[in-house]
Design a binder for this molecule. Structure first.
Ligand code: TXA
Ligand code: MG
Length: 347
């Protein structure tokens, strides 16, 4: 397939009409990669089952993993959702547009190819100006998973999307690096009580300020619990996997820095570290700085790009720190644990 064309726009200053042809492509059932405030999305018309199926082919994704449907505002919700509980209205009033996805009972108009055969649909109203303008130009709800090949880290820059999907989609829209850098918070309102399915840019504390207590899906908890123990190599669940095995260290800042400095002397070692510790890692074959230790937002923005650069550098093993669970830290920790297949040493 020939190389995919690229439309480059400055999110701070662009003509929404420049997105008219992209909107047309989506209405025609084609695939368009676009920036959002979390990660880049691989979009298709969510009401067109064949278009939605082509997402799975382009990504190499198992077809039972449902897609998030993106809307420019809440007006499109009743078309997709059988029932919109008060909690959903309160959440969208508080956090839309923004990095929150809400799972609701679906109407039959949402194809099985989008819902993965479930009777629910995940809906998100992104805040990125290019995403919003594109959704308005498209005039149809847009199903969009992260624009990476299945199993690779989510893309936070257009270069990541090109690495994975060039020639497999009709258009790339480049809006520069993503602001949050981790995928949206996914919260289900389809069960008995509000349940967090994936931690992200909207924190548990923010959700609880609106909803009262939020249950956390046992899978999220189990992953975190497993992360507290040193685990055998070769574990599965490496959803955000870099090519080399990654091991994370948890402990005091000094103990983690000492451990990383020691590991950095191993031949071929890739080190992921906080900015404050970088000067101690001079022996590392490849070094990636995650950001200042106290700046979780900066670390969230940097993580997926760093994981991809380790792949490019061909390191033989990766060592990094495991942050705490507070605020956005829960999402960062969740993604790091997945990338490491829960391989953690406790110092
Ligand atoms: O930030 C994001 O959410 C990005 C951007 C592009 O919007 N999208 C994204 O999509 O991360 P994806 O497909 O990589 O992740 C969607 C997650 C998956 O874990 C999927 O299983 C879950 O949401 N999901 C989607 N629909 C669901 C449903 N009906 N019930 C439960 N989980 C659902
Ligand atoms: Mg994804």
């Amino acid at each position: 397939m020939p190389a995919t064309p690229i439309l480059s726009l400055d999110p701070a200053c662009f003509d929404p009409d420049a997105l008219a042809p992209a909107g047309q492509l989506l209405r025609e059932g084609k695939l368009v990669v676009f920036p959002t405030e979390t990660v880049y999305g691989l979009g298709a018309n969510a009401l067109d089952a064949e278009a939605a199926r082509s997402i799975y082919t382009a990504k190499g994704r198992p077809s039972d993993n449902p897609l998030i449907v993106h809307l420019p505002d809440t007006k499109g919700l009743p078309e997709l959702c059988r029932h919109i509980p008060e909690e959903a209205e309160a959440l969208f009033a508080a956090f839309a547009p923004g990095p929150l996805t809400v799972v609701l009972p679906k109407r039959p108009v949402v194809p099985d190819a989008v819902s993965g055969g479930l009777d629910t649909v995940a809906v998100r109203i992104p805040s990125h100006p290019i995403a919003r303008a594109l959704l308005r130009q498209a005039g149809v709800p847009v199903a969009a998973p992260s624009a990476n090949r299945s199993g690779r880290p989510s893309p936070t820059r257009l270069s990541h999307c090109r690495e994975d999907l060039d020639g497999r989609v009709a258009l790339f829209i480049d809006g520069g690096p993503c602001g949050v850098g981790l995928e949206s918070t996914v919260l289900s309102l389809a069960g008995e009580k509000p349940t967090l399915l994936r931690p992200g840019g909207i924190t548990v504390a923010q959700l609880e300020a609106v909803l009262g207590e939020v249950a956390i899906d046992p899978v999220v908890l189990r992953q975190l619990e497993e992360g507290l123990r040193p685990l055998a190599p070769g574990m599965k669940y490496r959803h955000y996997a870099p090519k080399a095995q990654m091991t994370l260290a948890e402990g005091s800042a000094e103990a983690v820095a000492d451990w990383l400095a020691e590991r950095s002397k191993e031949p071929g070692a890739g080190i992921l570290c906080w900015e404050e510790d970088a000067a101690r890692m001079v022996a590392a074959a490849h070094l990636e700085q995650l950001g200042p230790r106290e700046d979780i937002e900066a670390q969230a923005r940097a993580l997926f790009d760093a994981l991809r650069r380790f792949d490019g550098a061909g390191v033989s093993a990766i060592y990094g720190p495991l942050p705490g669970e507070d605020g956005l830290g829960l999402a960062l920790r969740n993604r790091l644990l997945k990338a490491a297949g829960h391989r953690v040493v406790r110092l």
